[in-house]
Write a protein that binds this ligand. Structure first.
Ligand code: ADP
Ligand code: MG
Length: 477
């Protein structure tokens, strides 16, 4: 009897909890709708249905894997934040592929739909690529910050830069069509593409369509879904310049590749310019159809290499100058030494420094930099060990490794030992006492003295400074 009753209560309770969630959810939906606009909201977010809450996590369901992945990357953080703002007990959002809870018995009505959207949310399916609705704006806008003027040229990117400039000046020249730019992440591919686009648009009378390969796919599938592929094709084929960014995204997406191939041919045959970027060269993009790869390699292929120390310094100088905040050369050098992965990370670090300086009105110093960026720096720590430093330094000056810890004070061993201490301070996160211990249990004041002495010598003696720099680079790479 009581069992029955509590069972009934539990159901009622679950129902009302669900109603409460529904109320929160519809509030979140209204905010999202206002934030992202009607088209975006209807295309992606309206497909979400809420699932159960487990601890501090709420599950949100989406009908397909594609939708789930898209919503996760584009809106995941925002959804978590909005849920947390509505219900502080919810800290995380789990996105899953699934049907709305209670969809079968109709117990949990989804937030009210406008009448036109009452059609079932069947997704167009092309291979494994699914998208629910159409969107008609063709190209992504060009970022006004990414121009040729703001692009810093150095050895690693000068060829790609020259090719991009050339295409911007004289699009559709035979040797430069298509222009294929490739290189690792954050090295300036997108920047150069936008620069080409902006330059051409500024010159007037040229229509430029720039989009990521992902967007290309999305638009294509959406067009199929809304039976407007003809329109889509015509739109694409009417542009003077088509730029597709991050082509590697099309690997394994055969139908979209096929469509891109046809678009590509139609445009090139009509004397229009194509610019494509990818993370690898055409020949290394395995997973792209052979005929497409061949076509992609037919024009100009330009790679952007990893940055050099010199380029990193130039980029930092240029960005610091543009910010209007005085950043000492020492700090720029420090950043260029520490953050070698790519320009995006470098820029991110500098931006944080600048924001900090503006916020607190304090000058940028090396100490402040280490403090403000300690998490970034830690992540980029090359983890050079003191042992490695001792080994390299002894080899360099041809002394015995044991002399790093010995008590010998002859200059021929004392000086290299000081350099090793100096490098240990510069390249590791060890404290002075820790470093001292590794050098035959020396006192931290000895290490401090060594650091000061080497710094001073480097200022006076350029040959010595070069030696130390060389060692540093060898250890860092
Ligand atoms: P990719 O598309 O190759 O991943 P991006 O073009 O998005 O890289 O570049 C990442 C960031 O670094 C952007 O903010 C871009 O402006 C900046 N950047 C990259 N290379 C340069 C450069 N040579 N000069 C100035 N900024 C650069
Ligand atoms: Mg890019």
């Amino acid at each position: 009897m009581t069992g029955e009753l509590s069972g009934f209560d539990a159901v009622a309770e679950a129902r009302s909890a669900r109603n409460v969630l529904d109320i929160h959810w519809s509030r979140i939906c209204s905010r999202l709708q206002a934030e992202v606009g009607e088209v975006e909201y209807r295309t992606w977010l309206k497909q979400i249905s809420i699932g159960p809450v487990d601890g501090d996590e709420i599950t949100l369901n989406l009908p397909t894997r594609f939708l789930r992945d898209w919503v996760r990357t584009q809106y995941g953080d925002r959804l978590s934040a909005l849920w947390n703002a509505e219900l502080p007990a919810i800290r995380r959002v789990e996105l899953q592929v699934g049907r709305p809870e209670g969809a079968a018995d109709g117990a949990a009505p989804a937030p009210a739909d406008p009448p036109v959207a009452a059609t079932p949310a069947t997704a167009a399916i092309v291979g494994d690529e699914r998208v629910p609705e159409n969107r008609n704006d063709l190209a992504a806008p060009l970022d006004p910050r990414f121009t040729f003027d703001t692009f810093v040229v150095g050895k690693p990117n000068e060829f790609a830069y020259a090719c991009a400039r050339r295409v911007a000046e004289r699009p559709s020249s035979p040797g430069f069509n298509p222009l294929f730019l490739y290189g690792g992440v954050g090295l300036g591919k997108t920047h150069l593409m936008h620069a080409i686009g902006s330059e051409l648009v500024r010159g007037g009378a040229v229509s430029v369509a720039y989009m990521s390969a992902e967007k290309f796919m999305y638009r294509f599938i959406a067009a199929i879904r809304s039976q407007s592929t003809m329109e889509f094709k015509e739109q694409l084929r009417s542009v003077d310049v088509l730029m597709i960014d991050d082509l590697q995204f099309l690997i394994g997406k055969d139908n979209t590749q096929e469509e891109f191939f046809h678009t590509f041919n139609a445009l090139v045959d009509a004397g229009r310019q194509i610019v494509v970027s990818a993370d690898k060269s055409p020949s290394d993009l395995s997973g792209l159809e052979d005929r497409l790869r061949t076509r992609l390699g037919c024009g100009m292929v330009a790679d952007i290499h990893a940055t050099t120390f010199e380029l990193r310094i130039s980029i930092l100088e240029s960005k610091a100058a543009a910010s209007g905040v005085a950043v000492p050369a020492k700090v720029l050098e420090f950043l260029a030494h520490k953050i070698t992965s790519n320009v995006r990370e470098l820029e991110g670090a500098l931006n944080r420094l600048i924001a900090h300086a503006n916020l607190f009105g304090r000058p940028v110093t090396l100490e402040a930099t280490q403090d403000v960026l300690h998490d970034i720096l830690k992540a980029h720590d090359r983890r050079v060990t003191i042992e490695e430093i001792q080994r390299k330094v002894s080899e360099h000056w041809n002394i015995r490794l044991t002399d790093m810890s010995s008590a010998r004070r002859a200059r021929a061993v004392a000086r290299p030992r000081q350099v090793a201490m100096y490098l240990a301070k510069q390249l590791t996160s060890r404290s002075l006492p820790e470093i001292g211990r590794k050098f035959g249990n020396r006192d931290h004041t000895t290490v401090m003295h060594a650091v000061a002495r080497v710094t001073e010598l480097m200022e006076r003696d350029t040959a010595f400074a070069e030696d130390v720099e060389l060692l540093r680079r060898m250890l860092e790479s």
